[in-house]
Design a protein around this ligand. Structure first.
Ligand code: KG4
Ligand code: ZN
Length: 356
C-alpha cells in the first residue's frame, strides 16, 4: 500500500508519500517528504498569525503536493489512499489541507483517511525505528501539546496526562520572545543554553498533585504546567532590566540571556524526562518515546537517552526532520488507520480541538 499524506495544521504546508514494506521491524518507508515552512512570514509578528497561515497554505499546497508526488514517481491515482490531518490545529489552516485532500481523492477516486495530528507525531517514531515494544509510553511535546500516551496495541492511544496550560514548546517560544530572541524560539533557546551554567537563575518546578476539575477521569499528577515558570522568567527579566536601567529596545547582556535559557531548559527538560520515565515505570512500559517539535531539543534528547540507558528501556526518538511538523508522519498514521478500515466521507470537516 502507498499513501499520500497532507499536513497543514499550523504553519507548515507538507505533503509526503509513504509506502508499507511488509516488514514488521520497519513497517513503512518514506518515498518523498516535502515541507514548506512559513516561519519567515510569522517571524515578523513574533508568532503564528492564523489568517496569514491559511492564506500561505493556499499559495503553497499545489506545488508541495506536486513535488511530493513527482519525487515519489507516483500519481494520486497510483496511491491507495489520501491521508490528511483533520485536527487539532488552526481551523483555517486545517481546512486548506482537508479541502485539497478531498478534491484530490474525489478526482482520483481514492479513499480519504482522516488523521489526528498527534497520532502522526507518535507514528513518526515507528516510521524511523520500527514498531515499539508494547505497551509503550510516549510523550508528545510540541508548540500546541504536551501529552503523555500509553500505547497498549498498535494504533491505540490512551491519554495519561497533559498540560493544564501552556505546551512546553509554547513556553519555549514565549520565553524566547521575552528575551528578544526570534520566532520560533525553541531552537534558539536550545542553542544559547548549551555550554552555560544552568543553575544561575532560580526557577520553580511545578508538580501537580490534585486532579483537574475539567478532566477528573485523568489521574492529574501526571499533568504538566508551564505557566508558572514563564511568569517566573518574566519577573526575573523585568527585575534585571530595571536593575540595569535598560530602555525600550535594549536587550539584556548576552551572557544573562544565555543563563536564563539554560536554567529554563534545565527545569523544563527535567520535568519532561522525570514524568515520562516515572509514568513508564508505573505503567510497566516496555519502551518509551518522545515525539513533536520539542523532541528536536538537544538537552531533551541527551537527558532522555541517558535515563533510558539507566532504566534499560528502549527509547524511540524521531530524526530532526521528522520531529517538527511534516506529512510523512501523517501518511504513516494514515497507512495504519487505512489498514484498520478507517476512511472518511466527503462531509469530513476540520476539528480544531479533535480528541485522540
Ligand atoms: O510539532 P511542531 O513542529 O508543531 C506543533 O505541532 O506545535 O512543534 C513546534 C514547536 C515550537 O514551539 C518550537 O519552538 C519547538 O517545537 N521546537 C523546539 C526545538 N525545535 C522546535 N523547542 C525546543 N528546542 C528545540 N530544539
Ligand atoms: Zn506538531
Amino acid at each position: 500500500m502507498i499513501v499520500l499524506g497532507i499536513e497543514t495544521s499550523c504553519d507548515e504546508t507538507a505533503a509526503a508519500v509513504v509506502a508499507d514494506t511488509g516488514r514488521p521491524s520497519r513497517p513503512w518507508e518514506i518515498r518523498s517528504s516535502i515541507v514548506a515552512s512559513q516561519a519567515a512570514i510569522h517571524r515578523e509578528w513574533g508568532g503564528v498569525v492564523p489568517e496569514l497561515a491559511s492564506r500561505q497554505h493556499v499559495r503553497d499546497i499545489c506545488g508541495v503536493v506536486e513535488q511530493a508526488l513527482a519525487e515519489a514517481h507516483v500519481t494520486v491515482g497510483g496511491c491507495d489512499a489520501v491521508a490528511v490531518t483533520q485536527g487539532p490545529g488552526l481551523v483555517g489552516s486545517l481546512l486548506v489541507g482537508i479541502s485539497f485532500a478531498k478534491a484530490l481523492a474525489w478526482h482520483a477516486n481514492r479513499p480519504l483517511v482522516p488523521v489526528h495530528h498527534l497520532a502522526g507525531h507518535i507514528e513518526s517514531l515507528v516510521l524511523e525505528e520500527g514498531e515499539m515494544p508494547l505497551p509503550a509510553v510516549v510523550l508528545v511535546v510540541s508548540g500546541g501539546h504536551t501529552s503523555l500516551y500509553r500505547i497498549p496495541s498498535p494504533g491505540t492511544y490512551v491519554l495519561l496526562g497533559r498540560t493544564r496550560d501552556d505546551a512546553a514548546g509554547e513556553a519555549y517560544d514565549k520565553v524566547a520572545k521575552m528575551l528578544g530572541l526570534g520566532y520560533p524560539g525553541g531552537p534558539e533557546v536550545d542553542r544559547l543554553a548549551q555550554s552555560v551554567n544552568d543553575r544561575l537563575v532560580a526557577l520553580p518546578r511545578t508538580r501537580l498533585t490534585h486532579p483537574d476539575r475539567n478532566a477528573p477521569h485523568l489521574p492529574g499528577r501526571r499533568d504538566f504546567s508551564f505557566s508558572g515558570i514563564k511568569t517566573a522568567i518574566s519577573r526575573h527579566v523585568i527585575g534585571r532590566r530595571e536593575a540595569l536601567n535598560l530602555g525600550f529596545g535594549q536587550a539584556l547582556p548576552a551572557e544573562e540571556v544565555a543563563a536564563v535559557c539554560a536554567s529554563f531548559q534545565r527545569v523544563v527538560v527535567g520535568t519532561l524526562v522525570d514524568r515520562l520515565f516515572e509514568t513508564a515505570a508505573e505503567e510497566g512500559a516496555k519502551s518509551v518515546g518522545i515525539g513533536g517539535g520539542v523532541s528536536a531539543n538537544a538537552r531533551l534528547r541527551r537527558d532522555a537517552t541517558s535515563r533510558a540507558a539507566k532504566t534499560d528501556l528502549p527509547l524511540f526518538l524521531p530524526s530532526l526532520a521528522l520531529s517538527t511538523d511534516n506529512a510523512a508522519m501523517i501518511a504513516a498514521a494514515g497507512l495504519r488507520r487505512y489498514a484498520a478500515g478507517v476512511t472518511a466521507d466527503w462531509s469530513l470537516n476540520a476539528d480544531a480541538s479533535l480528541r485522540l
